[in-house]
Design a protein around this ligand. Structure first.
Ligand code: SAH
Ligand code: SF4
Length: 371
């Protein structure tokens, strides 16, 4: 067996790469299938749980690999128990946060479970209403750190999964959204590799419609995902329908103004045949007037899209306050009357600092830095 100095985090590897790794350590490629099953169907927390692997393979794995376990520092559950947020410590003592949300449709009884994951420590875009944006940029997450967030929740709940859906990620975990900390398209390669693992039938086995990636609007990367035909649902955080306001809310707009972003979205929709989600957080007296709704309708004219409105999450010492529900309903009605499918989402877990980056901000505030 070749000398492996740094343990390989198996969560960094696509199923094909894992097979190569297994061959590299002198084991038959077929063992990779069993390891994959343990990681992505049984949610094994360690190699000792992989009981039907030969002991020699288990020893080699224990010596040269790990399963990228993330260390939870703080775990908060909302009063209604439907949202759980976790602050993780990474190996270099940086921190990130992830959330799981449980939904039940009162009519159909259909359940959804959504994990919201981070792609970076901090974020360079610096949106003024966003807790992560106020932290500045620290570093990109590795593929293993991205996948590790999802597996944490699968491991956490594995004993509570009903038998028919246990081991079927598609069925238990219905959605993965890149809406935690960071700008996923600024960490393109690691996010792309993570999505390959999430989509792979031998990895997490989830379909493209189950994965949503939200971006502040990095135009070259939007063009690139269209060209590469990557499989996921794209969401664009618009929040404003003209450049003056958007420059103020989402500073990357100064680099990629609406005159570049909107054609890139149209090109993406035409190339992939997919609908785009437009994210629009409503802030009081900033972007929530009927006039702004009209501008938005005009801007989106002819783009295959649906709008997700959310009343903004207030962050500490911010001039951005959430719009009232009444104002949000008027804004929604206007858009629907203009023929655009528009959902008004309820902000989840506000009692546990569930907005993107809020828990880490609180932690940084208490500690004066990462630990
Ligand atoms: N960086 C990416 C993805 C992470 S943020 C992006 O910006 O799209 C996920 C979503 O939360 C984005 O739509 C973002 O604009 C929104 N968001 C951030 N802070 C918010 C706040 N205080 N209130 C409401 N939405 C917020
Ligand atoms: Fe970054 Fe998104 Fe927050 Fe803007 S909203 S600062 S892009 S994480």
């Amino acid at each position: 067996m070749p000398e492996i100095n740094n343990p390989v985090n198996l969560l960094e590897l696509t199923p094909v790469q894992l097979k190569e790794f297994v061959k590299l350590i002198g084991e038959p490629a077929s063992s990779a299938e069993r390891i994959l099953k343990y990681i992505y169907r049984e949610y094994a927390a360690g190699f000792t749980e992989m009981s039907d692997l030969d002991s020699s393979l288990q020893q080699k794995l224990a010596a040269g690999a790990d399963l990228g376990e993330l260390a939870p520092l703080e775990e908060l559950v909302s009063a209604d128990a439907q949202t759980r947020k976790v602050l993780f410590r990474l190996n270099d003592f940086n921190t990130i946060e992830s959330t799981i949300m449980f939904f039940k449709n009162p009519g159909s009884g259909r359940e959804r479970r959504t994990v919201c994951i981070s792609s970076q420590v901090g974020c360079a875009v610096g949106c003024r209403f966003c807790a992560t944006g106020q932290q500045g940029f620290v570093r990109n997450l590795s593929t293993g750190e991205i996948i590790g967030q999802i597996l944490f929740f699968l491991r956490r709940f594995r004993d509570q999964m009903p038998a028919p859906v246990k081991g079927k990620n598609r069925a238990w975990l219905t959605n993965v959204v890149f809406m935690g900390m960071g700008e996923p398209l600024a960490n393109y390669d690691n996010v792309r590799q993570a999505i390959a693992i999430i989509n792979s039938p031998k990895g997490m086995g989830m379909g493209f419609h189950q994965v949503t990636l939200s971006t502040s609007g990095l135009v070259p990367q939007i063009r690139r995902i269209g060209a590469e035909n990557l499989q996921f649902q794209l969401a664009v955080s618009l929040h404003a329908a003209d450049d003056v306001l958007r420059d103020r809310l989402v500073p990357v707009n100064r680099k990629y103004p609406l005159s570049e972003l909107m054609p890139a979205c149209r090109e993406y929709a035409a190339k992939t045949g997919r609908n785009i989600f437009i994210e629009y957080a409503l802030f009081e007296n900033i972007n929530d007037s009927v006039g702004e709704a009209e501008k938005l309708m005009h801007l989106l004219d002819g783009l295959p899209c649906s709008i997700n409105l959310i009343t903004g999450n207030p962050i500490a010492s911010s001039e951005f306050q959430p719009s009232s529900r009444e104002v949000a309903l008027i804004f929604q009605k206007k858009l629907i009357a203009g023929g655009i499918r528009t959902m008004l989402r309820v902000s989840r877990g506000t009692d546990i600092a569930a907005g993107c980056g809020q828990l880490r901000s609180r932690w940084l505030g208490q500690r004066g830095g990462d630990i």
